[in-house]
Design a protein around this ligand. Sequence first.
Ligand SMILES: [Zn+2]
Length: 112
Amino acid sequence: MSDSEPPRPRKILSLKSGVAAPGGPPPLERIQRPDAKKRVVVMAPEPPPAPAPPPTGDFKCKPCGTRFDPPAELADTDSVRCPSCNARLGLASDFRATPPNVDKLRARYLKK
Ligand SMILES: [Zn+2]
């Protein structure tokens, strides 16, 4: 960079403040509305506080009562374990059967 230009001062476009209207600015009237008391205060609906997510899962571990879904990545011959108490609750294939083979599972099927 041999010929570097000195930075030119930018022209600042100054907005004319206080545009002088002929006859001066219009007077700002403070209008007292008689029905000011009637003004309806619109309350913005408050978003409900995020509740703890409800327990999800179609099955319920019989030993501990935790709701869960059998992991989708399990093979049919894998055992489904309770995510909470780690109890073996049955084969994934039995969980996936429609309807689930609850007789073979140590879990309750919650969806009917
Ligand atoms: Zn459990």
